[in-house]
Design a protein around this ligand. Structure first.
Ligand SMILES: [Zn+2]
Length: 431
């Protein structure tokens, strides 16, 4: 018998969107790594575990990956809704952000982590301000994250200009280098909020360090018209003219795309973080994701910040992504449950260049989620993938592990004092 840290048994194990579920399955975990997956009897006969977790009425699956968010914006949730984008941004969000402090970012990030863990997310990609504080929260809470300080032409509460923000990015790259769960990214905010010089500096830093470039791209028709007026090209064509598009770029939104833009994105291997709920709420439109997929584009899924969603629930996002394109395209076949689940797991891992996450398979990191299937809306279960995408809402999540460590067990958060957190948020935000 080989000794391992833990074994989880479950009524059903779903290794990936490409693999058939294992009934009465089990997973063996050692040093944060999945060392075996298979039928329960086989795994139990091979390994002796220090810790055994039995979940006979549950489904064990890979943790969800939120590929675009601004975690700390949870503190602005519901503050200003049902407004035109310009008024929403300029009269509500920007003034609120002008008063941002590291303490508020810490609180908002912890709130976001609590919400994400509770709804089955194990990894997220974050662009915001005071990202060093975000990293400290992620380090303490135990999630996996890709974090980048927002780089703008103008000053933010964190930095006086973009050059300073890039210096901070370089400091963060050094400070968090080698961390098991935290990866620093380089985050020029958009083509219209960063001048050419900043983009080129960001690219240089990315080339030197191998870090991912994370940005917002072609979110609205307004952005396309603005860039055409300024530089005579679409935002996508503009970044391509600077040789910035490559497979190490993760671009959020990509709603307003021409056919040429789509060809550029797919040919250069840019990964697109589709954020359907935020695009709907801000009335930006619908990203042409089925077309990108037909062109073999790389697509993953994100919630965007809670001010424009208003939650960070990837189950809701998967369902919206699956339904939206069917309705808009009048085609019930597009955006199938396996494809949408892949966008939140396998394809997200590909966008992040991490083949060892997003799957519950041997030699992958043990980033796992357990869903209680003994609930009316999850019964009967003919097809677990359909259940996950079309019926689940996150309330089924009972246990969450990242890197083999439990962050939630039997519905209780283990690394966050939830009662204290919620009372601090109410006190700080509503007074
Ligand atoms: Zn965003």
């Amino acid at each position: 018998m080989e000794r391992v840290d833990s074994i989880i048994t479950a009524g059903m194990v779903l290794p990936s969107p490409l693999t058939a579920p294992i009934h009465d399955g089990a997973v063996a975990i050692q040093n944060g790594l999945i060392v075996d997956v298979g039928p329960k009897e086989a795994v139990l006969s091979r390994y002796d575990a220090a810790r055994l977790l039995n979940r006979p009425s549950s489904l064990l699956m890979p943790g969800l990956i939120n590929c675009h968010t601004h975690a700390a914006m949870t503190i602005f949730r519901g503050m200003a809704d049902d407004l035109p984008l310009k008024i929403w941004l300029e009269e509500h969000i920007f003034p609120a952000e002008a008063a941002l402090t590291p303490e508020l970012v810490e609180l908002g990030t912890e709130l976001a982590c609590a919400e994400m863990i509770r709804s089955g997310t194990t990894s997220f990609v974050d662009m915001y301000l005071f990202e060093d504080v975000v990293a400290s929260v992620v380090d303490r809470v135990g999630m996996r994250a890709w974090l980048g300080e927002g780089v703008f032409d103008f000053s933010t509460p964190a930095f006086k200009d973009g050059a300073n923000a890039l210096q901070e990015t370089e400091r963060l790259l050094n400070k968090w280098q080698g961390h098991e769960r935290i990866t620093i990214t380089i985050d020029p905010h958009t083509p219209y909020t960063c001048r050419e010089e900043l983009w080129l500096k960001a690219m240089k830093l990315a080339d030197r360090t191998g870090a991912l470039l994370v940005t917002h791209l072609s979110e609205t028709e307004w952005e396309v018209q603005e860039m055409k007026a300024r530089v005579g090209r679409s935002p996508v064509a503009y970044l391509d003219s600077l040789s910035l598009l490559n497979e190490r770029m993760l671009a959020a939104h990509c709603v307003a795309l021409s056919h040429n833009d789509m060809e550029l994105l797919t040919r250069r291997g840019v990964a697109v973080a589709h954020c359907p709920e935020s695009n709907l709420k801000l009335a930006s439109g619908v990203a042409p994701v089925p077309a990108l997929l037909r062109m073999n584009g790389r697509v993953c899924l994100g919630t965007d910040g809670a001010a424009s969603n208003n939650d960070l629930n990837m189950f809701g996002e998967m369902r919206t992504a699956a339904l939206l394109h069917k309705g808009v395209g009048r085609d019930p076949v597009v955006m199938s449950a396996p494809d949408v689940f892949a966008m939140a797991t396998l394809w997200a891992a590909d966008a992040l260049h991490r083949p060892d996450i997003g799957r519950c398979e041997r030699d992958c990191r043990a980033d796992l989620v357990i869903l209680n299937m003994d609930m009316p809306h999850m019964t009967p279960c003919y097809n677990p993938l359909s259940q996950i995408v079309y019926a689940a809402n996150g309330a089924e999540v009972s246990d969450v592990l990242v890197n083999g460590a439990s962050l939630m067990e039997n519905g209780r958060l283990l690394t966050i004092d939830e009662a204290r957190l919620l009372s601090r948020v109410k006190q700080l935000c509503l007074n």
